[in-house]
Design a protein around this ligand. Structure first.
Ligand code: ZN
Length: 337
């Protein structure tokens, strides 16, 4: 796991927390924040998304990792903005992106301390049990996976991405995020958790809690937002019985809002703010999930990220910006029996 570089506010908080806090912070698992503080993460999945930038776009289903310039610019802008607020953004990348000639823009972000995690090579469904369930690309080009079992394809997709990150960025992947989220996380897939552990991961971001689906073009009302706020309880880090840690994504994602719900930007900002403030009130964890291929088109001024940073700053005595490694350090232990 890569360790974010210390920044001024974290360093001050660490000093205030004393020697044990420092040791814990060095381990990379425990946030330098005081206990009881809300931990707020901003995570970005670097991939192309169907329906963006134009609604009729579907070819990205076959080349999710071929990141375009808008997405790269948006990623860089978010990272720079979060960094000037004293935090880091947690990035998840697809191995296929590293086939591009230039990754200097990402290297710069890594050197500034933004962690980069593994999101598979082709954006495969790692819970798929048949080859047809793994990825559109393999349905169009089945010879790429001919003669392999789904397990082999999935494990290769994970392994090759780690190799790509290590080769072109010179760091180890900071955690794993499943393509697509699952309401139960990987609770019912001990086999998949075993593959991830064998691939060297100590935590996974796989759970995306159930929440009311955004209805196309309908503004979220108070009831909808209350349900979304309630869903944050299901988005708190925990440990599976085999010791793998789950760091859920906090609903609602930009894709859920803008693709499924066809929301307007102010609705997304209002809903995200309500969830964020509720989490801060309870001293819990929040993992904002954005996709630069979507956010960069709908929210080019990054008003959503700006709002998150403002709310955290306003609550700086009880909320802190962290990467997902720090959220993993907050995981509740596994339930016995
Ligand atoms: Zn994804």
């Amino acid at each position: 796991m890569s360790h974010p570089q210390p920044h001024r506010r974290a360093l001050l908080a660490t000093l205030a927390a004393g020697a044990s806090g420092f040791a814990a912070w060095q381990s990379g698992l425990e946030s330098p924040a005081k206990s009881g503080m809300a931990r707020i993460a901003i995570s970005l999945d670097l991939e192309m998304s169907r329906n963006f930038p134009r609604w009729e776009d579907t070819h990205w289903d076959y080349e999710k990792g071929n990141l375009d310039e808008t997405s790269k610019r948006c990623t860089t802008a978010v990272c720079d903005m979060v960094r000037s607020a004293g935090g880091v953004a947690h990035l998840f990348v697809l191995g296929r992106m590293f086939e591009q000639a230039d990754v200097d823009w990402l290297l710069r972000l890594v050197r500034q301390g933004h962690p980069v995690g593994n999101h598979t090579y082709d954006h495969v469904n790692i819970t798929g049990r048949r080859l047809e369930e793994l990825q559109y690309r393999f349905n169009r080009a089945p010879w790429l996976v001919e003669g392999k079992t789904p397990e082999q394809v999935i494990r290769d997709n994970i392994r090759l991405t780690t190799a790509a990150i290590e080769t072109r960025l010179g760091v180890k992947p900071a955690g794993f995020r499943t393509p697509g989220g699952f309401p139960g996380g990987l609770a019912d897939r001990p086999d998949v958790r075993g593959w991830l552990k064998e691939a060297g991961f100590t935590w996974v971001s796989a759970r995306y809690p159930t929440h009311p689906a955004a209805a196309a073009g309908i503004e979220p009302d108070a009831r909808f937002i209350a349900a979304l706020v309630a869903a944050q309880e299901q988005a708190q880090p925990f440990t599976y019985p085999d010791g793998l840690v789950e760091v859920p994504m906090s609903p609602i994602s930009d894709i859920g809002a803008f693709r499924t719900g066809r929301w307007k930007l102010p609705w997304f900002i209002r809903a995200t703010r309500a969830c964020l403030e509720a989490v801060i009130d309870k001293g819990q964890c929040f993992d904002f999930l954005g996709h630069p291929s979507c956010l960069g088109v709908i929210d080019p001024g990054l008003e959503t990220i700006r709002m998150i940073l403002e709310v955290v700053e306003k609550n700086r005595h009880r909320a802190t910006l962290v990467g997902l490694d720090a959220l993993a350090g907050q995981a509740k232990p596994a339930r016995k029996g």
